[in-house]
Ligand binder design. Structure first.
Ligand code: NAG
Ligand code: NAG
Ligand code: NAG
Length: 219
């Protein structure tokens, strides 16, 4: 009997944690209020709709991963190889970041995606999208950079994607998270958002196919 209760407690603990994480994610979506298309399976149909420099949002366990479409099945993104090490203590730490070209279908795995060029956010911030040639130049510059950094609060995958698209890095999900969190629980919420993700395989799969010729073929 006690054993059964224990199992039930553990099971409900897991469930309430999942619910909590999903709540933070939904709160973020509501707070951002970006009327982009809905999330869908990341497959060839989605790729056919994407054009150069489109921002692509991937719905991960608790947060949203961002990348920018290059061509065919290739996207560019900023990746933190030490993602799984994120904790309340190092939430503001500069990790070494990798700028990578990746196959979008592999990068997304089973997660849903959408094209989201942050149209309302762009208006609100008075930041029009850069001309495509400027985005292309930035992509080349970023791929040639020897060292870059990744900071979940100040320079994450979304900041990076926004920098390529608008010339200025920003992260709507971090801004939203700041709005819904108190100063005390911001880092806790942050780590919670990323915690589920840290257990997933894709985080540990750092292989990329950086072949900048893909960019030469664009323009
Ligand atoms: C992280 O790196 C950026 C860019 O070099 C720098 O401006 C910032 O102060 C660094 N932050 C920390 C916490 O080291
Ligand atoms: C902590 O963050 C949550 C968002 O998950 C928020 O709803 C809650 O009010 C915050 N709690 C405190 C004590 O600030
Ligand atoms: C890791 O990613 C590469 C390239 O994106 C892919 O070919 C490979 O199958 C992935 N490995 C695992 C274990 O998921």
């Amino acid at each position: 009997m006690i054993f059964l209760m224990l199992i039930l407690c553990v099971a409900s603990g897991v469930r309430s944690k999942t619910v909590q994480i999903e709540n933070v994610q939904s709160l973020i979506l509501v707070t951002i209020n970006e009327p982009a298309s809905s999330f869908e399976a990341c497959n060839k149909d989605l790729l056919e709709k994407a054009t150069f420099a489109d921002m692509i949002e991937i719905k991960r366990g608790g947060y949203f991963h961002w990348c920018v479409f290059v061509r065919d099945e290739t996207v560019i993104h900023l990746h933190n190889p030490e993602f799984g090490k994120l904790s309340v203590e190092n939430a503001y730490h500069n990790f070494t970041g990798n700028v990578e070209l990746r196959n979008l279908i592999q990068l997304a795995g089973d997660d849903l995606c959408r094209i989201n060029n942050k149209v309302s956010e762009s208006k609100r911030r008075k930041l029009p999208a850069l001309p495509e040639s400027d985005t292309l130049a930035l992509m080349k510059e970023e791929l040639n950079r020897k060292v870059t950094y990744y900071n979940v609060v100040n320079y994450n995958c979304e900041h990076f994607a926004a920098k390529l698209k608008f010339g200025v890095p920003f992260s709507s999900q971090i801004d939203a998270l700041k709005k819904i969190s108190s100063e005390e629980n911001l880092t806790e919420n942050l780590v919670e958002m990323f915690e589920v993700a840290a257990t997933l395989d894709f985080v540990h799969n750092t292989s990329s196919e950086n072949s900048p010729e893909i960019l030469s073929a664009v323009g």
